[in-house]
Ligand binder design. Structure first.
Ligand code: C2E
Ligand code: MG
Ligand code: MG
Ligand code: MG
Length: 275
């Protein structure tokens, strides 16, 4: 009986690996098709100046409008896109699309707002990233000061000499770089103070937690940002209480469902009446 059981276990294990693998290949193929068939969209979530409630920018968030599965969240497919290298092509498209859209809004007389674009590890480590960003800005006629790139702590804190060069190159272009999900990774305080970074984005985890410890962390990150001459934005703000706390602590900007979920570009235009 025991033997039988073990054999069954083995079989189940083996077949689930095959299933996972098949599933992965399917999604990979579907991702390739999605690029060709233009199934990706960029949605925009407003970033608000806490002192006057003005919309000063948007985070560009990728959406996959799958023909039969509906909207698929980036958390589901970005890791696979990263693994297969498809993220480069997809990421270039997001960057181009976000710059084009923001420029279009400026031409309509809105804003001028900034647009923040998330970079994945592979994108950030591209040797020609600075040149690529420069070309896309030129092509879309967007002034560099209206583009911000978001990287994570782990991306910034690896291979520091190389990262420093890339960050300097971006800064010379006039593009700002912020650290996303700050507080969940590992940051070297040495590099945090030396790198040309413009903003820390406090991870939603600390904003949502009601405990005293989370509030202490939020206060410290706000203080740290300002001491290092950086701006600070709180992500995932959902309630008035969270907003009031952040206002009291002199956080600069907020982003979250309290103000708005990420929306399609047409819907984002209604926020311009606030700015
Ligand atoms: P992120 O850059 O930290 O983006 C913030 C995420 O939090 C977004 O999820 C946003 O919809 C969500 N969010 C914003 N406000 C609230 C709130 O008040 N409450 C809650 N519960 N959630 C909120 P989304 O759009 O699903 O994106 C997930 C992650 O996928 C992003 O996290 C980012 O790491 C990645 N991602 C999205 N678009 C891109 C992209 O174009 N390129 C790359 N490389 N990564 C992307
Ligand atoms: Mg982000
Ligand atoms: Mg984040
Ligand atoms: Mg995140």
């Amino acid at each position: 009986v025991i033997k039988e059981n073990q054999r069954n276990h083995y079989k189940i294990f083996e077949s689930s690996i095959t299933e996972d693998f098949k599933e992965m290949l399917t999604i990979e193929n579907e991702l390739r098709r999605a690029i060709k068939q233009k199934q990706f969209e960029v949605h925009y979530q407003p970033q608000v100046d806490i002192s006057n409630n003005q919309v000063i920018g948007f985070e560009a968030l990728l959406r996959w409008k799958h023909p039969s599965r509906g909207y698929i969240s980036p958390g589901m497919f970005i890791p696979l896109a990263e693994k297969t290298g498809l993220i480069i092509e997809i990421g270039d498209w997001v960057l181009r699309e976000a710059c084009r859209q923001n420029r279009k809004w400026h031409e309509k007389g809105y804003g001028p707002t900034k647009v923040s674009v998330n970079l994945s590890v592979k994108q950030f480590l591209q040797k020609d990233l600075v040149k690529k960003v420069r070309d896309i800005l030129q092509e879309s006629k967007l002034d560099a000061k209206y583009l911000e790139l978001e990287i994570t702590e782990s991306m910034a804190m690896s291979n520091e000499a190389y990262i420093m060069d890339t960050l300097k190159g971006l800064r010379e272009l006039g593009v700002n770089v912020s650290i996303d999900d700050f507080g969940t990774g590992y940051s070297s305080m040495k590099y945090l103070s030396q790198f040309p970074l413009s903003k820390l984005k406090i991870d939603q985890l600390f904003i949502r937690g009601e405990q005293k410890q989370n509030q202490a962390i939020v206060k410290s990150i706000i203080h740290l940002s300002h001491s290092l001459d950086m701006k600070v934005i709180a992500e995932g703000v959902e309630t008035k209480e969270q907003l009031e706390f952040l206002k009291g602590e002199k956080c600069d900007e907020i982003q979250g469902f309290y103000f708005s979920k990420p929306v399609a570009p047409g819907k984002a235009e209604r926020f311009f009446s606030y700015s």
